[in-house]
Design a binder for this molecule. Structure first.
Ligand SMILES: [Fe+2]
Ligand SMILES: [Fe+2]
Length: 277
């Protein structure tokens, strides 16, 4: 573990610098990160033949769990009505990752590693954006430390690919790589985020009057995410994804992909403007 909660300046917490629009996305992230044990079990099964990968996944899972605990602690300071473990329990009871007895849902171990790179690229850009959009000192420090971890996770999964699955990666047609990367990045049938967003809100849990609506929760969550990102965060995300498929990150391909992605992102941002306003 490269850092602990002792590295966060909790005594400097500034309630007046909490941006209320980002509190729900911090709570949502806290629940997803703290649920890492499910992914550790899933990945241990996929990589059961490689002991060194299994060990690396254990360490990775502990770091993700620490991200969840730390974000949860901050969220409870920002909103004292937030009860992290209560909400986490609710989330775990209602959401389970898809069954994994058959191995990787990505079709192969190398496909799984590519998908992991996409997730870590996404979290790297997410915490970088969050770091730059908050002035609250505790959250700023938390996001800085987590963003560094996420980038090292991205490098970890790339390194594992290169060390243990290079032949499979090299033989994989570029279109299959693109399909895997874009497929993971645009997955829309996954209700993990939507259900975590729902679970993060006490009023849903206690009133029992607001049933879970995946589409609505997803729209509400992403309307906040669209506003969080700037063009440079999309460029960072696209650069890491281009690298994942084995292409040079600083190339015209990256520029074109970033411009297109930012254009679509901006359209979605304006289309969702009425939500949360
Ligand atoms: Fe994380
Ligand atoms: Fe991570």
């Amino acid at each position: 573990m490269t850092w602990t909660q002792a590295h966060i300046p909790w005594d400097d917490f500034k309630p007046d610098q909490v941006n209320p629009t980002i509190v729900p996305i911090v709570k949502t992230a806290a629940l997803i990160e703290a649920n890492s044990a499910s992914y550790v079990a899933y990945l241990q099964n996929v990589f059961s033949a490689e002991r060194n990968i299994a060990k690396a996944i254990d360490v990775w899972g502990q770091q993700e769990y620490q991200h969840g605990l730390t974000l949860g602690r901050w969220a409870a300071l920002a909103d004292p009505s937030f009860s992290f473990f209560h909400n986490l329990d609710f989330f775990r009871k209602g959401y389970q990752i898809p069954a994994y007895e058959a191995g990787s849902t990505r079709g192969s171990p190398v496909g799984e590693l590519l998908a992991r790179c996409v997730v870590e690229a996404g979290t790297t850009s997410f915490y970088t954006a969050l770091y730059e959009q908050t002035s609250e000192p505790c959250l700023k420090q938390i996001c800085l430390l987590i963003a560094q971890d996420e980038q090292s996770h991205y490098r970890l999964f790339r390194a594992l690919t290169a060390k243990y699955y290079y032949a499979e990666y090299d033989a994989m047609p570029i279109w299959d790589k693109i399909k895997t990367v874009v497929g993971r990045a645009t997955e829309t049938d996954d209700d993990e985020i939507a259900y975590a967003y729902y679970s993060a809100h006490d009023r849903h849990l206690h009133s029992g009057e607001v049933p879970y609506d995946r589409e609505k929760c997803s729209k509400l969550y992403f309307s906040r995410i669209y506003r969080l990102y700037q063009k440079k965060h999309i460029e960072l995300l696209v650069r890491l994804m281009v690298q994942t498929i084995g292409k040079t990150p600083n190339s015209p391909v990256t520029t074109v992909c970033s411009t297109l992605t930012w254009g679509m992102w901006s359209l979605k941002k304006y289309a969702s403007w009425s939500l949360n306003h």
